[in-house]
Ligand binder design. Structure first.
Ligand code: KIV
Length: 401
């Protein structure tokens, strides 16, 4: 009988995954790197007190790991990481280190007073980076990575290892790096899409591959948004078995930015049950946290930004307004209150608005017009809206008065 015979009782062309248990979801570790990779945004510089304030807000929301900075980069950075480490309780504080002894020592020193310290060791891993930046062979990189993970373990038993540019690297080499670093004591293997190159199917396949090689480690994904795929990639990574996501508030970061905290955590709140996972983050603090990072970074949140943008819950077209007024969920996948949105659901009146939205806003201002005067006011509204993009309360009062 051929292997693919339809009458072979053992043949399973598409193995069926067991249904996730909605009552016992697996925890996805939320690793926030606003203070480290977010600070790599051109023009951003957090003071030590900014870092502490943002870190305390992250811990309050239930973030698991806070990457506070890159201590070897300067004495001020090392002191700022130490201040975060000394102040944060209830979340792990992490410091970044290249796979070189002085970086690991600086990270260990900066984390001396952390309640739960983590050292994050990374090394270039793609052939392009090895040839043009690091100037080392694969064998040398394997040895450096294992040795520096071992040294990091002298400071803490929580060590993360990242092969930088993993998504453009040789897959088997990434697997080898994961195996040697886990053997040396790494507990988390993070797969960075350093230049935002990968697509969700590529990320899922890399996560599944590495997870198969080092099942004892937590597999993590770190994305950048150069192709606008960072959130999709993070969710694909979780679907493929990653149990840590690395994120940045408001998606700030190098070039086009990092994977946005608010998008991934909201995405996991919407799709978590289907995926059998949950985070411990309470998104009700998201609006305030986003505003804090916006203020301290000086990077404005665009109005159309998912979850935290000013327009995220504003409805302008008549059809959407009609739906939302009947049942909010018809045109919203998130509850604005549950994600701490500062404005929330709003009917915005303009050229495309219908009678329903107009009548609701007029009534909210205290005008209870009968059918005919309401219709006349609506016609005056339409004439005005043809020339003015947004009709505000003062306009409405003038139209109804
Ligand atoms: O983008 C990247 O590769 C990084 C690593 C250090 C995780 O930031």
């Amino acid at each position: 009988m051929s292997e693919s015979s339809p009458i072979d009782p053992e043949f399973e062309p598409y193995p069926i995954e067991p249904e996730p248990d909605p009552f016992d979801p697996e925890h996805v570790v939320v690793f926030d790197t606003t203070l480290r990779d977010g600070e790599q945004t051109a023009g951003v510089c957090f003071s030590a007190s900014d870092k502490v304030e943002i870190a305390l807000a992250l811990a309050e929301m239930g973030v698991d790991v806070i990457e506070a900075g890159f201590p070897i980069s300067s004495a001020a950075e090392c002191a700022a990481v130490a201040e975060v480490a000394a102040n944060v309780r209830g979340a792990r504080v992490c410091a970044l280190a290249r796979a070189v002894p002085k970086d690991v020592a600086a990270a260990g020193e900066a984390l001396r007073f952390a309640e739960e310290p983590r050292i994050h060791v990374f090394v270039n891993a793609s052939d392009m980076h090895l040839a043009h930046q690091l100037n080392k062979t694969r064998e040398q990189v394997l040895a450096m990575a294992a040795a520096m993970v071992r040294s990091a373990r002298e400071f803490t038993d929580d060590v993360e290892f990242s092969p930088m540019d993993a998504t453009r690297a040789d897959r088997a080499f990434i697997g080898e790096l994961a195996q040697v670093t886990v053997a040396a004591g790494a507990t988390t293997i993070n797969l960075p899409d350093t230049v935002g190159y990968a697509t969700p199917d590529q990320v899922a396949s890399m996560v599944a591959y590495v997870r198969g090689l080092v099942p004892e480690a937590v597999i993590s994904f770190h994305g950048q948004d150069d192709l606008g795929l960072a959130t999709a990639n993070a969710l694909a990574a979780v679907a493929a078995g990653a149990r840590q996501v690395e994120v940045v508030v408001n998606g700030i970061g190098e070039r086009a930015g990092n994977t946005a905290f608010e998008e991934v955590v909201a995405g996991l709140s919407v799709h978590g049950e289907r995926l059998g996972v949950a985070t411990g983050v309470d998104l009700r603090g998201m609006g305030q946290l986003s505003a804090l990072v916006e203020e301290r970074s000086g990077v404005r949140v665009p109005p159309n930004k998912a979850v935290v943008g000013g327009n995220a819950f504003r409805h302008a077209s008549g059809i959407h307004q009609d739906g939302v007024l009947k049942q909010r969920e018809t045109y919203e996948v998130l509850d604005p209150e549950a994600v701490g949105h500062t404005v929330g659901t709003q009917i915005v009146l303009g050229k495309l608005s219908g009678r329903g939205g107009f009548a609701q806003r007029v009534a909210a201002l205290g005008y209870h017009l009968a059918e005919a005067p309401l219709e006349q006011a609506f016609r005056r509204f339409q004439t005005l809206a043809a020339t003015k993009p947004e009709i505000d309360d003062a306009d409405l009062r003038a139209l109804c008065g």
